[in-house]
Design a protein around this ligand. Structure first.
Ligand code: 5GP
Ligand code: MN
Length: 339
């Protein structure tokens, strides 16, 4: 259920607490941006704050204030377990169920800490004591700004926090090209610029830091691996573990690859299937009314937003792609009449 009421949480943080902020596996710009912005703010409110992610985040996010203090569960399990144990409050930022913390999820579930969700995905689970869940907002980073505003603390914003919020909004809206029809997003952006951020510089830090092999992987994905099914208004890319090894794949290198399919006229559904760490990571993107979160949940045990969703499948790459091809006829009419 959606909950836009900030008051209960604001009462809970009126005393200094040991707070752990957690975010989802394969952290993206909004996951890291919202977590670090919230951490910096809560520190200013005299809380002791730690940020924990299940697994490493891409290098193109490793510039935000406070990123070097992020605890990575898959690399420092002992330290993370201790921090979970000691936390009085655990905040879930930018994800809606503890399963998205992988192995750390069960530890958080068992912890006695107060559990708080701050997120913009649909259908938050009931594992949390308090929730701020607003799916119409572009990004969790934008919700964090609103939270600080509601707390009457906008004067505590600084350039470092503004940069984190900017990164979250920009990466979750494709540089304001989708989920971007909400006036408040632009009012917040204006305020971030008032705080002295350099949008052009930050955009370069996020988007113009490709390695040569990342760019070549993108080229290969499009020229050799893209399958276009005009009759289903669908385009998809498949990358095997051999493909990834050939291009020396690093975390974050396939970020954005899925979107290229949608740039073809008439294509309303794009997918990327990637073999990684013994599973198949699937990304879905769509235009307009076609809801990929429903498709991801119904057939691949995944989820996400209407126009950007994903899943992690235990089936082989071939099985996963074959299943996808089989379900396309079921969606043919909807894919044809996207508005
Ligand atoms: P991406 O394709 O960028 O990895 O993920 C797009 C969106 O899909 C994410 O923001 C997240 O909301 C959702 N998502 C990705 N993977 C999963 C998953 O395994 N489970 C669920 N429930 N959602 C996912
Ligand atoms: Mn997000």
């Amino acid at each position: 259920m959606e909950n836009t009421d900030f008051t209960l949480i604001s009462e809970k943080i009126s005393q200094p607490l040991r707070i752990m902020i957690t975010t989802h596996s394969n952290p993206d710009g909004d996951a890291i941006g919202s977590s670090l912005a919230l951490a910096a703010y809560l520190k200013k409110k005299n809380h002791s704050v730690k940020v924990m992610v299940p697994d490493p985040y891409p290098d193109f996010l490793a510039w935000m204030d406070g990123h070097e203090e992020i605890l990575i569960f898959s690399e420092k399990e002992g330290e993370c377990k201790l921090a979970i144990d000691q936390a009085e409050m655990i905040i879930a930022a930018d994800y809606n169920n503890l399963g998205r913390l992988n192995a750390a999820g069960e530890l958080v579930r068992q912890s006695k800490a107060i559990k708080v969700l701050i997120d913009h995905h649909l259908n938050p689970s009931d594992e949390f004591d308090y929730q701020i869940s607003i799916s119409k907002i572009s990004s969790t980073s934008e919700i964090i700004y609103n939270f600080i505003e509601k707390m009457g603390d906008l004067h505590l914003l600084d350039k470092g926090i503004a940069e984190c919020i900017y990164a979250g909004i920009i990466t979750d809206t494709g540089s304001l090209s989708y989920a971007c029809n909400y006036i408040k997003t632009y009012l917040i952006m204006a305020d971030l610029f008032r705080l002295g951020i350099d949008g052009e510089h930050l955009h370069r830090l996020i988007y113009d830091t490709y390695s040569e092999s990342r760019l070549r992987l993108l080229g290969y994905s499009i020229s050799d691996q893209l399958v276009v099914l005009q009759e289903y208004h669908t385009a998809f890319i498949t990358l095997s573990k051999e493909d990834l090894a050939r291009f020396n794949h690093q975390i974050g290198d396939t970020e954005g690859v899925v979107n290229y399919g949608l740039s073809i006229k008439g294509i309303n559904l794009a997918a990327l299937f990637m073999e990684r760490d013994g599973i198949v990571k699937v990304s879905f993107r769509s235009k307009g009314s076609f809801a990929v979160n429903t498709l991801a949940a119904e057939y691949f045990n995944g989820g996400g937003h209407r126009n950007a969703a994903g899943a992690n499948c235990k089936t082989t790459l071939e099985e996963t792609v074959s299943k996808f091809r089989k379900i396309l006829p079921l969606y043919q009419t909807m894919l044809k009449s996207v508005y």
